[in-house]
Every structure is written in C-alpha cells, then in structure tokens.
Design a protein around this ligand. Structure first.
Ligand code: FAD
Length: 489
C-alpha cells in the first residue's frame, strides 16, 4: 500500500488488535475508545492530508513508482530538504505543533538508518540489509511507528547488569536459528499501541558499557506481535468538547510503558543484537539524529508561531498590549521564533551530501536549536501564563454558555476589549490548554525531555564543541597586550 488514507490507518489498527491497556483494562478497539479515538482521528487527518495536497505531501517512490509520503524522502539536494520541511510543517500546522509524534519524526529516523546502514554491518551484513529493507517497507506501506529508547528508572547510579533485578529492563534472552527472544520493559512509547510497529533503539545520550551488551538491541516488530503489551498512562483527553479542551480533545497522543513478554523477533527485523559499541554510535553515525532534529526544529518553528499567535491575541483581547513589560514578553517569543527560523535556514543552506549521497542538514545549527528549545519552551508557556493571569481560571465551559440562565451572564461578564464573552473564553481556554491543563503540562514535559535528558545532552554538547579556536583567539589577544612580566613572578 503506498501513501495511506486516514481510513486505511484506522482499519489497520482495528485489524491489528494490538495489546493496549489503559486504566487496568484491555482496549478492544482503540478507534472507538474514548482515550484514543480523538487522537487517532487527528492522525487519520494527517494521512488524508497527504491525498488532499499530493503536490506537497507525496513523491514518487524510486523503487515502486508509487506515490509515497514526502516525510520518507531521502533528500538529495537542498531543494529536497525544503520539500521535506514543507511537508513536516504542513502536518505540524494542523495541531499547532502539539503532536510531537506525528509520523514524520520516526520516518526521518527510519530513512537515515536505512540509507546510512554500514554501521550495522560491523556485526553482520544482514543487519545493514535489514535496515535498508525496513526503510523501503515502511515507505512503501506508510507504516506508522512508535519507539522506545530507555530502560525503566530503577537505579540510575547503576548500569543495567548491576541492577538488583537485572531482568527488569528489556534484554536478549535467547538467540535462535530464526531470530531472538527478548524480555523485559522499555519506556516510553508515545503513541504506543495506536501505531503499526514499534522501533526499539538505544538511548540517544546514555552510552552503555560492554557488560550491558544483552540490553544493547535495535529491532522493529509489529505492535500486535505475540507477547507485546502497551500499558498506557491515564488519558488527558477527558472526553470534553473541542470548545472546552481545544488541544487535549484532539491531540492527546498518550504515552505507554512497553512490556515484552518473551517476544520473538525474526532475524530480518534485527539491526543490532547485543552490541553496546554499535548502539552507542547509532544515532550519530547514521545521521539519524540530524534528520530527526531537522523534523523537530521545523515542527517547533510552527509550535512557536502558534504560541506567539495565542499570546498576541490574548494581549490584544484584554488591552494589555500597550504595556511595556507585556511588549517585552511578546518580543521574547518573537525573538525565539526568529532564532529558530534562522537555525533552520542555516541548517538547510549549509547542508552537504554525506558519504551515502544524502543531503544532510548542518548539524551545528540543528544541534544548537535542539539543545536550546527545551529550556526556552517552558519560558514561552510561562509568559502565556503570566499574561493570562486570572483569565486562565475564569473559563466557564461550553455548557455554561449554553445554559439559558447563565449564558447571557458569562457572555457579558467575560467580554473583553474586542470580543464577546463567548469568543474571549474560547481563546482563553486555548491558552489554558497550552499552559495549565494536564495536556499543556505534558507538552512542557515533552519538550524538555523527549530527545533525552537535556542536562546530559548539554554536557555532551560542551564536550563535543570545538573550543580550541576561541581559546586560541583570546590567548592571541592576551599575547598582544603590551606588558612586561616582572622578573619576580
Ligand atoms: C512526555 C514524554 C514523552 C516521551 N516519549 C518518548 C518516546 O516516545 N520514546 C522514548 O523512547 N522515550 C520517550 N520519552 C522518554 C525520554 O527519552 C526520557 O524522558 C529522557 O531520555 C530522559 O530519561 P529518563 O526519563 O529516564 O530520565 P533519567 O535518566 O531517569 O533522569 C532523571 C533525572 O536524574 C538526572 N540524572 C539521571 N542520571 C544522571 C547522571 N548520570 N548524571 C547526572 N544526572 C542524572 C537527570 O538529569 C534527570 O534530572 C518521553 C518522555 C516524556 C517526558
């Protein structure tokens, strides 16, 4: 099946009958379950958009000649990078950038690893071939993916093999003729169970030692594989109207713990088997981190535009946009937006062909943006919260407006400089769902952590940064300062 429609995505989930649990119960059909059906509709909308805007969202597959999703594109030129970015942003605009795991995120990963697969061949050529074939399979069938990178938070002072129960985390249990058996838990699958397949990959930032080889795995299996269980956290889609919860009612992606109960993975789905050294290098040496960062920064430009638009409308509505500190806060968001756009522009304009012939964005620009945004996004949310003040709590529901006795009262009492109460509260409910609701809080937590622990990311950024030219520059400056060192020092 080339590029999917929304209905094909939903039908795939119904047929797959993945083992998804929520609130202690197995989900019979996620497409009708209140915790999942709305975000599934939003995902379906993304797939439909591919067919509504084929010139932007599709391209011709180099192998089958079919129309496939643009977000699977292997860029070969700067124009290709721009095309892929436009498709990413088209999808992001449907949710104000609130769907971190729209399929483009992992499509970029699968593309990069599928093409730059030499690393996997260090153990066996079969693993590299598997990565290439899986990219083609995912692209030609428009497979939606979830992924898990981290081991459960038991005791972070210790490596996995040193844990008091060393079998908690996902590990290799048996190697067989036809594949491997894996067992244990992995975190944290956003959109776990409402996608077609799960990628298990190593952490992007936590290196493992050789003794953790049994935990050092990379593979992909369908989500309905025997023994696979998705244990979802409670849903932040409370089944309220879009008016009441404009974001949570549509874009609550869900996060799940994944348990592998003696899961069989056939060899043709394995990319790394018990090799910490390969795992530690996977994201960098395949350039997956670069292409994923391109998706993230493109998406977060849209997200920042969405926050800015909300803040500007909120300021205007209650007449605070003329105050000095309010303008200053608006400017802070504008500067963030323009800086993100500049990072993206530089990344694309300075892109170069890698050794596999893939046009690869300038990672220095993307790496700066991805290390900066986790600290910035909470500040954007804080600005919205500060400027919204009591308005973020004075938010009657749609039902209050529909009530014949209360409706006229709240419509009048909550009017603003330029809006009736009904329109004003609609806007403020959006601001609340971006900031203080469970959906909004999770967004902040997501932006901070989804790429890995930002503290560790920044430590490795510091260690990897080319510091010498700057030290040499200052040393040179100091050397030119006219001075004569006293003989006694
Ligand atoms: C909303 C959300 C969605 C997510 N979605 C996904 C997903 O789809 N797929 C996926 O694989 N992952 C996902 N993640 C998980 C994400 O990858 C992790 O949160 C991230 O890698 C950090 O790991 P951790 O949560 O285990 O934190 P930990 O490593 O346990 O860190 C906890 C705290 O301890 C500190 N700490 C831990 N170890 C050290 C150390 N050695 N030195 C100094 N400080 C230390 C950290 O700085 C941090 O403050 C998601 C996370 C969130 C919050």
């Amino acid at each position: 099946m080339p590029a999917k429609t929304g209905e094909q995505y939903k039908q795939g989930l119904r047929e797959a009958n993945n083992n998804v649990y929520i609130h202690g119960e197995r989900v019979e059909d996620p497409t009708t379950h209140p915790a999942f059906k709305n975000v599934i509709d939003s995902m379906a909308n993304l797939y439909d958009l591919q067919h509504e805007k084929p010139e932007k969202m599709l391209y011709t597959s180099p192998t089958s000649g079919e129309k496939v999703g643009m977000t699977f594109l292997r860029p070969e030129s700067i124009e290709d990078l721009a095309k892929r970015r436009e498709a990413i942003q088209e999808w992001a605009r449907t949710s104000g950038g609130m769907m971190g795991r729209s399929p483009d995120y992992l499509n970029a990963e699968v593309m990069a690893m599928g093409v730059a697969n030499d690393l996997f061949a260090e153990d066996d050529q079969m693993f590299a071939d598997n990565a290439r074939r899986f990219y083609e399979y995912a692209r030609e069938n428009d497979i939606s993916l979830t992924h898990t990178l981290i081991h459960p938070q038991v005791n972070r002072e210790k490596a996995q093999h040193e844990q008091k129960d060393a079998n908690v985390a996902l590990h290799l249990k048996e190697k067989r003729e036809d594949g491997i058996i894996v067992e244990g838990a992995r975190l944290l699958a956003t959109q776990g169970g409402i996608t077609d397949e799960i990628l298990v990959f190593p952490s992007t930032v936590k290196p493992a030692g050789e003794l953790d080889d049994p935990y050092s795995l990379a593979f992909v299996v369908p989500n309905n594989t025997d023994g696979l269980k998705f244990i979802s956290r409670e849903s932040f889609d409370y089944g309220r109207s879009e008016w009441d919860h404009p974001l949570g009612s549509r874009f609550e992606e869900g996060d799940a713990i994944v348990y592998f109960d003696n899961v069989f993975v056939p060899w043709d789905r394995v990319f790394v088997c018990g090799n910490s050294s390969i795992c530690n290098r996977t994201f960098l040496e395949t350039n997956a981190v670069v292409h994923m960062s391109h998706q993230v920064v493109a998406k977060n430009v849209v997200k920042t535009e969405f926050v800015l638009g909300t803040v500007l409308k909120l300021m205007e509505s209650i007449g605070i946009d003329g105050f000095q500190h309010v303008k200053d806060k608006g400017t802070e968001i504008m500067l963030t937006l323009e800086t993100m756009k500049s990072h993206l522009y530089r990344a694309e304009q300075n892109a170069t062909l890698d050794k596999w012939g893939t046009m690869t964005p300038d990672f220095e620009a993307l790496n700066a943006a991805r290390n900066w945004y986790p600290n910035v996004y909470p500040r954007l949310v804080e600005i919205l919260r500060i400027l919204g003040a009591s308005g973020l709590m004075g938010i009657p529901t749609e039902a209050d407006f529909q009530n014949e006795e209360l409706g006229p009262i709240v419509n009048r009492a909550l009017q603003s400089k330029n809006m009736e109460g009904y329109e004003r509260v609609k806007l403020f409910r959006l601001a609340w769902d971006l900031t203080l609701s469970s959906f909004g809080s999770r967004q902040m937590h997501y932006e901070y952590y989804f790429f890995g622990d930002p503290i560790k990311m920044r430590m490795s950024y510091f260690d990897g940064y080319d510091k010498e030219p700057y030290k040499a520059y200052v040393q040179d400056f100091l050397d030119q300062v006219k001075s004569s060192k006293p003989s006694h020092v």
